[in-house]
Design a protein around this ligand. Structure first.
Ligand code: CUA
Length: 368
């Protein structure tokens, strides 16, 4: 009897929780209302099965409870009941699977006129590439990736020359126009997920995966990496800004073009070319995925006001942030850890001396 009451209470509480819970879908900002519908169908069907099975168990517990002298009946087989159960579960499975298959086939076949964008994921940041006037993205090869060519674009491919590069974590998209994303990873599995667009797809090293959607509401949305990709996973966030076509074009045309080979997203910090080169490197090598330049600590300490500072270290000692300290922290990051931070940073041992010098010059320039 107690078990029957507990089961009924679980059913009632679950149904109440479903209808009263504040955990509902976030605002929909794309054409994928079908995703919500398939979710609703799944919840309705599994919810119905959950209620029916538990109430049936509660009923059976009471109806067939132990009675003195009663004898259980042995029914090894019931063809009629089995046929019913097979038919019902088959219908249930079809109802669960079919809508999803239809939506999925739509989801991976982008409309012909979709704007193509590439999203490149790496530990632990996003960058983006748009085709130029020719509407085509240039060929890429991971072997061509280096500090000056963070996307690995083939310099001999004419279609890549006018590609527009976005080195930061922020991408803009035009309102009401279908967008197809080509997703590439530079290192490990990442997941491209924007909850408001109901779109999610993994970035698989060595493959190009795709998805598409049409943004239907202007606003700023978060891209949250949805695949655990190492210890900085939680910090791998990007921003999508959906805006009117004119504003989008203005933003896009201000992006640097690959063929120019310089200024790939960096803003001018002054006349010192070494500092500009360092800022470039910081963007391209992903330093700014974990270090901010505005004073806010992220995965690593901020670079603002870092140079010349006395850092308290995890082992209780202190260190003055000078050139030697910075050099060591880049090449051998785990040698000395700043108090309050985790030993997460990969060693950048492949940077050349000139690159190290430029990076340090950039960090120095942020001292005031
Ligand atoms: Cu990238 Cu998690």
């Amino acid at each position: 009897m107690a078990i029957a009451i507990v089961l009924v209470l679980i059913v009632v509480a679950s149904v109440l929780f479903h209808f009263l819970s504040p955990w509902t879908f976030t605002q929909l900002a794309s054409n994928w209302g079908m995703m919500d519908l398939t979710m609703a169908i799944t919840i309705a069907l599994t919810g119905f099965a959950f209620i029916a099975v538990n109430l049936f168990i509660a009923y059976a517990v009471i109806r067939y409870r132990h009675r003195e002298g009663a004898k259980a009946e042995f029914i090894p087989e019931n063809k009629k009941l089995e046929r019913w159960l097979i038919a019902l579960t088959s219908v249930g499975i079809v109802v669960l699977l079919a809508p999803g298959l239809f939506v999925y086939s739509d989801f991976i076949n982008a409309p012909k006129d979709a704007l193509v964008v590439e999203a490149l994921g790496q530990q632990w940041r996003w960058s983006f590439r748009f085709p130029g006037a020719d509407g085509k993205l240039g060929r890429t090869d991971v072997r061509l990736i280096d500090g000056a060519n963070p996307f690995g674009i083939d310099p001999d491919d004419p279609t890549g020359q006018d590609d527009l590069l976005v080195a930061g974590n922020e991408v803009h998209l035009p309102l009401d126009k279908p967008v197809k994303f080509n997703l590439r990873s530079m290192d490990v599995l990442h997941g491209f997920y924007v909850p408001q667009f109901r779109t999610k797809m993994d970035l698989v090293p060595g493959q190009v995966t795709t998805l598409w959607f049409t943004p239907t509401a202007t606003g700023t949305y978060e891209i949250a990496c949805a695949e655990y990709c190492g210890r900085g996973h939680h910090a791998m966030r990007g921003v999508v800004v959906v805006e009117e076509a004119a504003a989008f074009q203005g933003w896009l045309q201000a992006r640097p073009v690959f063929a120019k080979g310089e200024d790939q997203g960096a803003t001018d910090t002054g006349a010192d070319p070494l500092v500009v080169q360092g800022q470039q490197l910081a963007l391209n090598r992903g330093c700014l995925g974990c270090h901010t330049v505005d004073g806010a600590p992220m995965v690593g300490p901020t670079w603002k006001g870092l140079f010349g500072k006395q850092e308290e270290l995890a082992d209780g000692t202190t260190a003055t942030v000078d050139e030697a300290y910075l050099r060591e922290s880049i090449v051998e990051p785990n040698a000395r850890i700043v108090k309050g931070f985790q030993p997460l940073m990969p060693a950048y041992a492949t940077l050349s001396d000139a690159e190290l010098e430029a990076l340090i010059a950039y960090i120095k320039s942020l001292a005031q």
